[in-house]
Design a protein around this ligand. Structure first.
Ligand code: NAD
Length: 298
């Protein structure tokens, strides 16, 4: 693998985690964001990761000091990619923002730089032409809390060079990721293709008063041996995120049942500040949700 210098564009929820994990694994990482104010905020977030890495994966202070020394920052796009082997794009999930970003980037990045997008819902063929290097472009999708939820879904578009695809697989392995290869473009990759219908069906059963949330999770946990049920997972993903996905799917497919479900989540949860684990209450109350009680499955 020829990748040594990595630039991460966007220091938001996912970008700073990707940058930190790459630096932790020994890559030289430059973080690019739109202005110095955003970058200063990102630096503060990086400091918080020290404790998480120690607690969750037993990282040592030496490893973490080395990690910080591998990180640098700039709001100058051309400077950020001047010697980049790889650019990881983690800018907002908006087609126009990403298109405009790739158009600017393609003008300043050297020929050698491979581009990958961390987009959760947009397939790479949408941006392939705008990158100016379609053969050296694909999606590499990480999960939130990358250091513990270490999946890397790798998805090319029809024009991606297979050698570049393999190089990105090697890079993701070097980051300590479990590789999830896709042979074709699939909106939602593997995880969300499975998860979205599951939590949508579960929430629908509650909204239509067919059963209660605890019975749904019990059914799933006893019936499949899974450690969590779909409603518990929904609280972790966050009701707002689930609402956005369900509402968008309802609008795209003109499906009234989904739109009604979105309204139900809005009125019964979002309007009441019950957004899931992040606010201490969603379908369950936290800490100590009912599904963790020892008699829950009896
Ligand atoms: P975010 O809104 O938290 O962060 C986006 C960052 O991009 C911000 O720091 C913003 O200042 C910066 N930005 C805005 N315009 C920019 C531009 N033109 N050039 C460079 N930077 C710009 O977003 P996020 O949640 O980190 O999502 C980023 C990408 O990662 C999206 O494509 C999203 O689908 C994907 N993703 C998100 C998650 C998640 O759980 N949040 C998980 C997997 C993948």
């Amino acid at each position: 693998m020829d990748i040594k210098n990595v630039t991460v564009a966007g220091s938001g929820v996912l970008g700073y985690q990707i940058a930190f994990q790459a630096a932790f694994k020994g890559f030289k990482v430059i973080i690019y964001d739109i202005n110095d104010e955003v970058i200063e905020r990102a630096k503060a977030k990086f400091n918080n990761l020290r404790e998480s890495y120690k607690k969750d994966i037993n990282a040592t202070d030496e490893q973490l000091d080395q990690t910080y020394s591998n990180l640098s920052y700039t709001s100058d796009l051309a400077a950020s990619v001047a010697d980049a082997d790889l650019l990881v794009e983690a800018v907002p999930e908006n087609v126009n923002i990403k298109l405009e970003f790739y158009e600017k980037l393609s003008k300043v990045a050297p020929e050698k730089t491979i581009f990958v997008s961390n987009s959760s819902t947009l397939v790479p063929s949408t941006f392939a032409e705008a990158t100016g290097r379609p053969t050296r472009f694909l999606n590499l999708h990480f999960a939130n809390l990358i250091w513990i939820h270490n999946t890397a879904e790798v998805m090319g578009h029809p024009g991606t060079d297979p050698k570049i695809y393999d190089e990105i697989v090697d890079f993701a392995k070097a980051l300590g990721m479990v590789i999830i290869p896709l042979q074709k473009e699939q909106p939602g990759y593997i995880l969300n293709t499975l998860l979205v219908p599951l939590f949508t069906s579960a929430a629908n059963l509650v909204s239509k008063n067919i059963t209660d949330h605890e019975s749904i999770d019990k059914t799933w946990m006893v019936g499949t041996g899974a450690p969590l049920g779909p409603i518990a997972i929904l609280d972790i993903i966050g009701i707002k995120t689930a609402y956005n996905i369900i509402k968008m799917n309802g609008e795209v497919s003109k499906n009234q049942e989904l739109l009604d479900l979105a309204d139900y989540l809005q009125e019964n949860f979002i309007d009441k500040g019950k957004l899931g684990t992040s606010t201490g209450e969603g379908f369950y109350k936290y800490p100590n949700p009912a599904y963790q009680e020892k008699d829950f499955l009896k």
